[in-house]
Design a protein around this ligand. Structure first.
Ligand code: SF4
Length: 320
């Protein structure tokens, strides 16, 4: 049986899901990397007001339909921290897909994931699988344990500085070093969506920058920050970015911050100004890069080149 997994949004959990489904005897099938065709169908079949990562996701679901899979896995990821939910678009994702793409309902494999941490392996989240598939409780528990091990190893390698985009393709390469340290802020599905962000991380590395991203940080630091907030954000990924954003602002090791945000993102429209104002007060160079389905390569390149030049001039001046 073939289980389609969209290479978009929650694809970050692929090491976990690949192990889980393979161990249960299924064949995980990934959609292709985002390309012009996926993007064009995504834009055509999505509501225009929605954020670009969700549009791209729609395109990946449609591309899996063409691959003849038996199911398309679209979990409802509610939380990865006790009492804090993800952005509402994650909560309504399976319904949105079912209602906006005719004929797909029977193929959507969905269930609720409610977790106290980013380790989403709690057996109670997966009992719906017992109703859909001919598997036993013990097979499911064993597969979940192996998937958990895979996930924890993936997270360990991320924190050691291995490139996330390559780990997801089963390759291991450490992030490049450089004369500038850039704190890159953004949701994983924006930072690692090369087709939409014009391969931003590689471009920065080619320009001689070392790039730090939020998933390289310990959960402990993020938890301490969030529990110290008088009023945390409503959405978990936004809290994580806020914690790391302030870490970048206060770190003397970070030369400048780039916030990659998607057009149409509600949570970022609140987070962005907070960080921008505090970065300015702390004299930390900060650039917002807003991406959408029409973002052009020259636009991204010109802006990051100018930002990198500015940081180098600043650094030279400070060294005098
Ligand atoms: S956090 Fe923003 S970019 Fe992510 S799904 Fe929600 S609205 Fe879209």
């Amino acid at each position: 049986m073939k289980i389609g997994i969209p290479r978009s949004l929650l694809y970050y959990y692929y090491p976990f899901w690949q192990t889980l489904f393979s161990r249960l005897g299924f064949q995980p099938v990934l959609s292709d990397k985002t390309n012009t065709e996926i993007l064009d169908t995504a834009v055509k079949d999505s509501v225009s007001e929605i954020c670009v990562p969700i549009k791209v996701y729609v395109g990946h679901v449609l591309s899996l339909m063409k691959k003849g899979v038996d199911y398309i896995y679209i979990p409802r990821l509610v939380s990865i921290r006790k009492g804090v939910t993800l952005c509402p678009k994650f909560l309504g994702l399976p319904d949105m897909i079912k209602h906006s793409l005719p004929g797909i309902s029977d193929k959507v494999l969905t269930h609720k994931i409610q977790s106290d941490s980013d380790d989403i392996s709690d057996y109670r989240n997966y009992t719906d699988f017992l109703k859909v598939f001919d598997i036993s409780k013990s097979e499911l528990k064993k597969a979940l344990q192996l998937a958990k091990n895979e996930w924890l190893n993936f997270r360990k390698l991320q924190k050691e500085g291995y490139k996330t985009e390559l780990l997801l393709e089963d390759k291991k390469e450490l992030r490049e070093d450089g004369d500038l340290n850039i704190g890159l802020l953004g949701y994983v599905y924006n930072m690692y969506e090369r087709f939409i962000n014009m391969d931003l991380i590689s471009r920065l590395e080619e320009m001689g920058a070392r790039v730090s991203t939020f998933e390289m940080f310990d959960e402990e630091m993020i938890n301490d920050f969030v529990s110290g907030l008088r009023k945390p954000m409503f959405w978990e990924f936004t809290n994580k970015l806020m914690a790391v954003g302030y870490n970048f602002i206060n770190s003397p090791l970070i030369d400048g911050i780039i916030h990659v945000t998607a057009f149409g993102c509600g949570p970022d429209s609140i987070l962005g100004p907070f960080l921008e104002i505090d970065a300015e007060e702390n004299k930390k160079p900060f650039m917002t890069l807003r991406i959408d389905e029409q973002t052009g390569e020259s636009h991204v390149l010109t802006r990051i080149e100018a930002f990198i030049d500015l940081l180098r001039i600043r650094k030279r001046r400070e060294a005098l």
